[in-house]
Design a protein around this ligand. Structure first.
Ligand SMILES: [Zn+2]
Length: 356
C-alpha cells in the first residue's frame, strides 16, 4: 500500500517538467512545510516502533533535493512571501518536532552545509535529559517489558481493563483519553514497570538535546518554537493548563535561548489539537504562527495559525516529490469535492499519530 500511494507521483516525476505538471493539478499551492523528528541510523528501545526515525543518508538525500528544486525559507520568509514571486518560486520550510539530540548532532550541520533554514519545536521539560516524554516511555516499556506491561499501566490509570495492541495505539488512542491525575497514574505505573527512576531512564536514553545544544541552535540563527511543556494533546487543555503547558514552555525556552518564541506546533498535529481557544491563547502570548501535521496544500489564504506540514519518511527523490507535490494536491481536491475544509480533515490522526 505504501508504494501504491506514491505511484502517481513516481509516474509524474519521470515525465518532462514534473513540477509544471504538478502545478496544473492545483496552482494555488504555495508554502511547502516539511516535518522530521529523529535523524539517526539506529533506533533505541525509546524510539523503536514510534516511526520517528529517518536515516542520516535519507535525510541528506532529502535536503539535497530541497536545496536543488526549492527555495528553502526562514519562518519570516514563509510568513511574508514576496508580493511578486520570481518564476518557479517554490518556498519550503523545514521543521523538526520534539528536540531529539540527533537533530542537533546530525540534521543541523547538514542544514548548514546546504544552506537550509529550519524551525525546531521543543518541549523544554525534556531538554537536558532529566525526564522522558510519555511517548518515549511507552515505547521503552513496550520494547523491554511487552505490551502487557503497557496495558497493566493503562488499566490502572483508567480503573478498567484496557487492551492496546501497539505503541501507536497507546500514544494515539489511549493517551488522548487520559488527563490530569489519570495521566500521572499511567506515567508512574509505566516508570514502576521499568524498575528504574525516570531520571535514570532519561539519562540512559540521552534522547533529547542538552541545554548547550539548544543554545547552539538558537545562536546559529535557527528558529526555536513552542511544542508544549510536556508534549500533550491540545484538545485536553483547559483552564490553568494553558499557562502550564503553553506559557511556561514559551518563557522557559526564551530564558534558555535568549530569543523570543513566536511560533507553535501542535503535538500529534491533528486539527482537533489546535482548537480555537488554544489559538486565541497562542495569539495572546504573541505567537504569530502555528503548525499542524496534515498533507494538504497551504495557499495564499491559509491561516498562519493553521499551517499544514508533511511528515516525511521516504527513500527516494521520486517519493519525496510525491509527498510534497502530488499527494497534498490530490488531498486538496478530495477535500474540496467532499466540501470538507482541509483543517477539519482527520488525516493527521491516521497512522503514525505517535510520530508527531
Ligand atoms: Zn511532537
Amino acid at each position: 500500500m505504501s508504494s501504491l500511494k506514491y505511484l502517481p507521483g513516481r509516474v509524474i516525476w519521470r515525465m518532462p517538467f514534473p513540477f509544471r505538471l504538478a502545478n496544473a493539478i492545483n496552482p494555488s499551492y504555495t508554502l511547502r512545510c516539511v516535518l522530521y523528528h529523529d535523524i539517526s541510523d539506529t533506533t533505541s528501545t525509546f524510539t523503536n516502533g514510534l516511526g520517528v526515525t529517518v536515516s542520516r543518508k535519507s535525510f541528506e538525500d532529502d535536503i539535497r533535493f530541497l536545496a536543488k528544486y526549492y527555495t528553502p525559507v526562514t519562518l519570516d520568509e514563509a510568513l511574508h512571501p514576496p508580493a511578486i514571486p520570481k518564476r518557479n518560486y517554490r518556498p519550503v520550510l523545514l521543521t523538526f518536532d520534539d528536540a531529539y539530540a540527533s537533530v542537533a548532532t546530525e540534521a543541523a550541520p547538514l542544514c548548514q552545509k546546504y544552506g537550509v533554514p529550519a524551525v525546531f519545536f521543543v518541549n523544554s521539560r525534556f531538554v537536558g535529559n532529566q525526564d522522558l516524554a510519555l511517548d518515549n516511555l511507552i515505547c521503552h516499556v513496550a520494547n523491554t517489558r511487552g505490551m502487557d506491561a503497557v496495558n497493566i499501566a493503562a488499566s490502572e490509570a483508567e480503573k478498567s481493563p484496557v487492551n492496546l495492541n501497539s505503541v501507536n495505539d497507546a500514544c494515539g488512542e489511549f493517551l488522548p483519553r487520559v488527563w490530569g491525575a489519570q495521566r500521572e497514574t499511567f506515567r508512574q505505573a509505566l516508570v514502576d514497570a521499568t524498575g528504574q527512576s525516570i531520571k535514570e531512564l532519561a539519562e540512559q536514553a540521552g534522547l533529547y538535546m542538552s541545554l548547550h545544544q539548544l543554545r547552539s541552535l538558537a545562536s546559529f540563527n535557527f528558529e526555536i518554537g513552542n511544542h508544549t511543556y510536556s508534549h500533550v494533546y491540545g484538545r485536553n487543555l483547559a483552564g490553568n493548563d494553558f499557562a502550564e503547558e503553553i506559557g511556561r514552555n514559551k518563557s522557559t525556552l526564551e530564558s534558555m535561548t535568549g530569543k523570543p518564541i513566536r511560533t507553535f506546533s501542535a503535538p500529534y498535529g491533528a486539527a482537533i489539537d489546535l482548537p480555537g481557544r488554544l489559538v486565541e491563547y497562542l495569539r495572546q502570548l504573541k505567537h504569530e504562527s502555528a503548525f499542524l501535521v496534515e498533507s494538504s496544500v497551504n495557499n495564499p489564504g491559509t491561516d498562519p495559525m493553521r499551517l499544514l506540514r508533511v511528515s516525511v519518511q521516504v527513500s527516494s527523490n521520486a517519493d519525496l516529490f510525491s509527498e510534497l507535490e502530488i499527494m497534498p494536491r490530490l488531498r486538496s481536491i478530495r477535500d474540496a469535492l467532499f466540501r470538507r475544509p482541509a483543517s477539519a480533515s482527520p488525516a493527521a490522526t491516521q497512522a503514525r499519530v505517535a510520530a508527531d
